[in-house]
Write a protein that binds this ligand. Structure first.
Ligand code: URP
Ligand code: ZN
Ligand code: ZN
Length: 471
């Protein structure tokens, strides 16, 4: 592959900003400095920020497990990711209850082969069943295949929800194998009671999605997952934190030195519960539900203070017209929304431009920390000699109005419809290949590939002493 020189830009990493040229050879960064020379392609980055490509640790692409079928395959979703400046996604390979982990992983590799990606893709395995199909020894083997994180759902009773034994045993494997355990933290049993009660009383509208998943159901499960992780001596990553009540146990655990990290998603920073009362409120049925304006502000503050350390998209595209709107009640609406393309733009507009975050904060939250936590750093998540040339030339003034008419997802709606944002990816490189040029996706399926991830260090604090017999 020929060399590419990115000339005259302002390099932004999690550590700070400076003016420099960046030389790329054979897909990697080989020099960063002033007035670099190159015989290859030169890309003028005057007036642009040169940032490491985004790493999105939370996507649901080509889901067809249980009752969930999402609209985007890997080619489509990763084209959308690239357009938004994301050069690596870590997607959930969902274990269908009864299916083994090797089969689950093989199934997801098959999807990736059939619809090749434009950006790099890693997999977490979502553990839904350790009694039929899924075994602890198979789980322990996944790290050798580059799958170094597991995800469990503490909600969605009767579907993919796990019990505490399954969560605890998975956490133990995570500690032993150097893998990070992710949790969707909501108390599924309580929610099930509240949903049944609401439906029996004839409450079917989207607003009851939020009313039956109050913040304390999220807080309780978050605190429980943290306690189980500490008992297992394992690191824990809490996905899509949506409210102050759930933030509290994360902050407290980190203060106590526990290896616990928290993620939020752009939708919780932009959308509040009032959206569910709109005529098209079904579009905003995602889980946890949108919360209050005070929660939104608390989440922004938590990001700035790094009480939350990561931002994922939770891209989970369903169709409004054919799937969400026709559902007879809120409990039958598929949960989730598209968002892979606009994660960094929303953070730029409402975070950096609104002076809640710096550009370095954005890089840290959307790229560097996810790369570190998920075994990709320093290959990805930074601009350094030797790192993959996954780069975004970000135009801070580029102005766009977000719309389903122009986004790349197949979803027929956007939760950000009509939102005008400044800032966007002008040029994007994946391991040195240009996949976005002047804002247009020009990459080919197959420019991205499966990325095997490293085992994950426990983090700033050593895991707690193991207090249970292993087995
Ligand atoms: O509503 C959501 N978030 N759907 C995707 C599945 C999940 O819970 O993350
Ligand atoms: Zn979830
Ligand atoms: Zn999700």
């Amino acid at each position: 592959m020929s060399s590419v020189l990115i000339r005259g830009g302002r390099v932004v990493t999690a550590a700070g900003e400076y003016d420099a040229d960046v030389l790329v050879e054979h897909g990697r960064i080989t020099a960063i400095g002033e007035a670099l020379a190159s015989a290859g392609t030169v890309i003028d980055a005057e007036g642009l920020l040169v940032m490491p490509g985004g790493v999105d640790p939370h996507t649901h692409i080509d889901l067809d497990e249980a009752s969930w079928t999402t609209a985007d395959d890997f080619t489509v979703a990763t084209a959308a990711a690239a357009a938004g400046g994301t050069t690596c996604v870590v997607d959930f390979a969902m274990q269908e209850p009864g299916r083994s982990f090797p089969d689950t992983l093989a199934k997801w590799h098959g999807k990736l082969e059939r619809t090749p990606p434009l950006v790099d893709v890693g997999f977490h395995v979502a553990v839904t069943d350790l009694r039929r199909g899924g075994t602890l020894s198979d789980l322990a083997e996944l790290a050798a295949q580059g799958v170094t994180s597991f995800k469990l759902f503490m909600a969605y009773k009767g579907d993919v929800m796990v019990d505490d034994e399954t969560l605890f045993r998975t956490l133990e494997v995570g500690r032993r194998e150097g893998c990070l355990t992710l949790v969707h933290a909501e108390n599924g049993d309580v929610i099930d009671v509240l949903v049944k009660r609401a439906l029996a009383a004839g409450h079917v509208e989207p607003r009851w999605h939020a009313a039956t998943r109050p913040p304390l159901t999220e807080a309780e499960a978050t605190a429980r997952a943290i306690t189980l992780a500490r008992l297992a001596g394992a690191p824990l990553y809490v996905v899509h934190v949506s409210c102050r009540e759930a933030l509290e146990p994360i902050v407290a655990a980190r203060r106590a030195g526990a290896a616990v990290w928290g993620e939020t998603c752009p939708q919780y920073l932009v959308i509040d519960e009032a959206a569910l009362d709109r005529e098209d409120g079904a579009k905003y049925v995602f889980t946890p539900p949108p919360r209050t304006l005070a929660d939104r502000e608390a989440l922004w503050r938590a990001l700035a203070r790094r009480e939350l350390q990561s931002v994922g998209s939770d891209h989970c595209p369903y169709q409004y017209a054919t799937e969400k709107a026709p559902a007879a009640d809120f409990s039958l609406m598929p949960n989730g929304a598209p968002g892979i393309e606009h994660r960094m733009q929303v953070l730029w507009e409402l975070g950096v431009r609104a002076e809640r975050l710096t550009a370095s904060d954005l890089v840290d939250l959307c790229s560097t920390t996810p790369a570190r936590l998920f075994g990709l750093y320093p290959r990805k998540g930074t601009i350094a000699v030797g790192s993959d040339a996954d780069l975004v030339l970000w135009d801070p003034e580029r102005e766009v109005e977000i719309s389903a008419a122009t986004h790349r997802s197949r979803a027929d709606y956007s939760i950000y419809e009509g939102l005008r944002v400044h800032g966007g990816a002008r040029t994007v490189l994946v391991r040195g290949r240009v996949v976005v040029d002047d804002g247009d996706v020009v990459g080919d399926p197959g420019d991205g590939r499966f990325v095997a991830r490293d085992r994950v260090p426990a983090g700033k604090s050593a895991p707690q002493r193991e207090i249970t017999p292993t087995g």
